[in-house]
Write a protein that binds this ligand. Structure first.
Ligand code: NAP
Length: 554
């Protein structure tokens, strides 16, 4: 018997930290970690103690005997990882802990963190648990509620993943932590003020913009970025006014990453399933009227290069959806057929096994491969997509790129979602890498022409671009916080100016944890009455009103 890691794995590695027999890999400090889609338990070493179960923030770990039906595929996936990678490499590795000699001194540091999503929370946690260091962490969030993408990005049908918020709540209870909500850095307070009042500022502002396709019709009514759709169904106050056209039989999603899969599931789910989640009420009402019968995901490359992770793909296929692919999208002569890794091969075989004609009465999710949109069609609103068939061609780095052929196709549809990756946006005063859509940095230190800017750090998507699953941010934050502590120890950070009365007054005017807790209770109460985890409040003024009332209550 052994324990097994399953679909929800967020790869934050808390399980590996407590495992007494070192059977969970790759750990965040091991070489395979950056490219691994999840962590795996070595069944030959696991002693079934269950320590990992208690610390997993997203309930992704179960004893093998508890797994039923399709879930049992994870027993095989965990086992396969060790056959593929070889378990011995892991057991030989020793964990090296960074030296922290300087922590003996009587240090007191003040750090501001801008943003309150997973990257920000992991950074706060890393700072607050340092032994020998007294630190005050002030977290600034522009919305009246915290937790960023954990609240507004994780799909509502992935409630277990939202369990990560409990671990952020634990961080928020650590001594030295303060939360300032409804505080927009750059509007309510300047970056210069933050730099003055803190030893260091960590920017964890994420990636709120989307990549563009650069094709005609991209801005037609009925064509949206996935960012807008995800934020809308998750009840983000800034996106509540969007109107999506569900009065159509087909929706096309460009891209096949995990965000595209999230959007496809929401479009194809039956309304009773969605009604048991915390999806925004406006989304539930609008989707209840949906006529969509087919959601088509367009991948510009082949099935083995599909950007979604295997756990998410398996979750979709075994989640009660009708998922299909098209036999013509698997040309035998294509280099795609020689998938590079065992994981790519499994993906290819799995997707190829789903090739079938569209026939069922049920809403279908169709994966198309080797297809790029060339134009979004329509007069005043979207009526279809023109696309071109691609072939794959090797590029220098061993990867395969899509090259257009002369074969064109047209697909009628009334809704297009462009899910081709997120981009960070420029932050005032910080050098920006336009190509990656991220702030220029080396290991989290913001740099200008290669030289670190004193006291300025980044973590999360604004640091490394929009890649990785939620737990990837833990390793990312660890790197940034290590750099910050190293600079602090080396005396490279400015001492903050003493608390000015006006700044202290300003902080007092901001809402904080008490406000969030009142909103949280309010939403959960509303949800209880409807057998839902919560009913999200989406109107900014209502959020502020309920939050502020709690702050004023003695
Ligand atoms: P992504 O994984 O980078 O996928 C982007 C997709 O867009 C790929 O299919 C890509 O194709 C395609 N694409 C890019 N440019 C294109 C173009 N010009 N024309 C056509 N297709 C184009 O991005 P994402 O789905 O937005 O996800 C962002 C990150 O969040 C990922 O790391 C993801 O794993 C993570 N995430 C995780 C979860 C989860 O764990 N449940 C949920 C949501 C998001 P190519 O592959 O050919 O470039």
């Amino acid at each position: 018997m052994a324990h097994v890691i399953t679909q929800n794995c967020c790869a934050d590695g808390a399980c590996a930290d407590v495992c007494p027999v070192n059977c969970i890999h790759p750990r965040p400090d091991e070489p395979g970690y950056p490219t691994s889609e999840m962590l795996y338990i070595d069944p030959g070493v696991c002693i079934d103690c269950g320590a990992c179960v208690d610390v997993c923030p997203v309930n992704a770990i179960s004893p093998d005997y508890d797994l039923l039906g399709p879930e049992r595929v994870y027993i095989e996936l965990n086992e396969m990882h060790y056959q593929r990678e070889g378990a011995r490499q892991y057991r030989r590795r020793r964990r090296s802990l960074p030296a922290r000699e300087w922590l003996d001194r009587d240090a007191h540091m003040r750090v501001a963190i801008v943003g309150s999503g997973p990257a920000a929370c992991y950074a706060a946690q890393q700072l607050l648990v340092q032994r020998g260091l007294s630190v005050r962490v002030d977290m600034f969030e522009r919305l009246p509620v915290p937790w960023g993408l954990a609240r507004y990005g994780v799909a509502p049908d992935h409630q277990e993943t939202k369990g990560i918020i409990d671990s952020f709540e634990r961080t928020a209870r650590l001594p030295g932590f303060n939360l300032y909500l409804n505080t927009n850095v750059g509007v309510d307070i300047t970056p210069e003020e933050l730099a003055n009042f803190y030893n260091a500022v960590i920017y964890a502002t994420g990636a709120i913009n989307d990549n563009r396709l650069g094709i005609p019709g991209e801005d037609l009514e009925g064509s949206f970025s996935a960012t807008e759709f995800v934020s809308w169904y998750n009840g983000h106050p800034d996106f509540a006014d969007r109107r999506f056209n569900f009065d159509t039989e087909r929706a096309v999603i460009v891209g096949n990453g995990n965000v595209a899969l999230d959007a496809a599931r929401i479009l194809a789910s039956d309304i009773e399933t969605l009604a048991r989640t915390d999806i925004a009420e406006h989304a539930l009402d609008a989707l209840a009227q949906s006529r969509i019968k087919e959601v088509v995901l367009l991948g510009r490359r082949g099935a083995s290069q599909a950007a979604c992770t295997m756990p998410e793909l398996l979750g979709l296929i075994h989640g009660g959806f009708h998922v299909r692919t098209c036999a013509e999208d698997f040309p035998p002569s294509d280099p795609d057929q020689s998938a590079k890794s065992p994981l790519e091969r499994s993906k290819l075989e799995l997707l190829q096994s789903l090739a079938s004609p569209s026939d069922t009465g049920k809403c279908t999710i169709t994966f198309r491969f080797l297809r790029s949109p060339t134009s979004i069609l329509g007069g005043d609103k979207v009526t279809g997509v023109d696309m071109v068939a691609n072939r794959l061609s090797p590029v220098g780095d061993g990867n395969l790129t899509a090259v257009a052929t002369d074969k064109h196709e047209r697909l009628d549809c009334g809704l297009v979602l462009r899910s081709v990756g997120y981009r960070g946006s420029k932050l005032p005063g910080l050098p920006f890498d336009e190509r990656r859509g991220a702030v220029l940095n080396v290991a989290g230190r913001v740099t200008e022409e290669g030289t670190p800017i004193r006291g300025a750090y980044v973590t999360g998507w604004i640091k490394r671009g929009a890649t990785g699953v939620m737990g990837t941010n833990k390793k990312c934050a660890r790197e940034t916080v290590s750099a910050l502590l190293e600079d602090y120890g080396a005396g490279l950070l400015r001492e903050p100016v003493a608390d000015s009365a006006s700044f202290a007054e300003f902080l007092k005017t901001r809402s904080g944890l008490a406000s969030w807790r009142a909103i949280d209770d309010y939403e959960r109460d509303l949800g209880r009455a409807k057998f839902r985890p919560r009913v999200k409040l989406v109107d900014r003024q209502t959020l502020l009103k309920i939050g502020c009332a709690a702050e004023e209550t003695p």
